[in-house]
Design a binder for this molecule. Sequence first.
Ligand code: BYC
Length: 313
Amino acid sequence: MSEEQIKELEIQFEARIARDEKIEPKDWMPEKYRQTHIRQMSQHAHSEIIGMLPEGNWITRAPTLRRKVALLAKVQDEAGHGLYLYSATETLGITRDELLEQLHTGKAKYSSIFNYPAISWADMGTIGWLVDGAAIINQVALCGASYGPYARAMVRICKEESFHQRQGYEILVTLMKGTQEQKDMAQDALNRFWWPSLMMFGPTDAESPHTAQSMKWKLKRKTNDDLRQQFIDQTVPQAELIGLTIPDSDLKWNKEMGHYDFGEIDWDEFWQVVKGHGPCNKERMKVRIAAHENGQWVRDAAMAYAEKQQIPA
Ligand code: BYC
């Protein structure tokens, strides 16, 4: 294709984005658009399956059968989200094996939040409330993303995340009505997860290399800072309602702005975790790679069955 033809296709493509049309897998798209989507969507998929690990550890220790059933369903949902997102990413011309290879070799990132340990039952409540709460805010915006398969996957994922957020909050409501020890356990979990939850939204807009272009392509519909602010404004009253204290002495309602002002995020800690030096990075990767290797026989059996039935792989 000549340079002029490519230019013409690019103009048509930008016009489709401007008209809010969805881009579908077989449509022409700029190579950078394709690569950026592979990067973000696969990192999102990786976050879903690595995100199963901290909560998966608590299934056998859930305090009641009801809690166990709910947690089991939540962790299973995360596997499903990974599945939709890997499938959606594959429509961009990359294989599942290549994507997993990128995760296992450390080339692809996953959300920083999952490199923190879950050490008490209150962490299950806090992860559901804050981590899934942050995920919903980010993902509701992504339902309007320009790439059709990603936007459609988000619609279903958001419905499930909403259940996850509520089951987490309900765990904390129960603990906050309990003994002093239970209340302290809930507050301790919030103290540990508050700041890492704010980091989930990524670096500030000024420090984010991808936001400007991704906003133009409507891969992102709101910036990192806008989503973070929305999360804080929504979450602070939920904490106050059940008697939890947000661990930020600078947190203050700004009447003029109609938002909460908040303290400085420790960006040094964020980048350390993103670069692989968080409390649990090594452990998460070790468990993930072992799970993949132990699952080889399942993939072999599925492929053998597909071959026998002549189902395309
Ligand atoms: N952790 O220019 P930026 C879940 C990286 S799963 C690690 O702002 P972008 C759930 C970023 O990748 C939650 N890395 O990038 C699951 C980039 O590095 P590369 C996951 C981070 O992509 C189970 C660099 O920093 N949700 O909900 O425009 C249980 C510069 O950043 C992080 C999604 O993935 C981070 N927190 O914006 C419960 C949502 N932040 O790629 C819950 C979809 C940034 O150049 N993703 N980085 O090497 C997004 O919305 C965007 O990708 C982000 C980052 C806002 C995360």
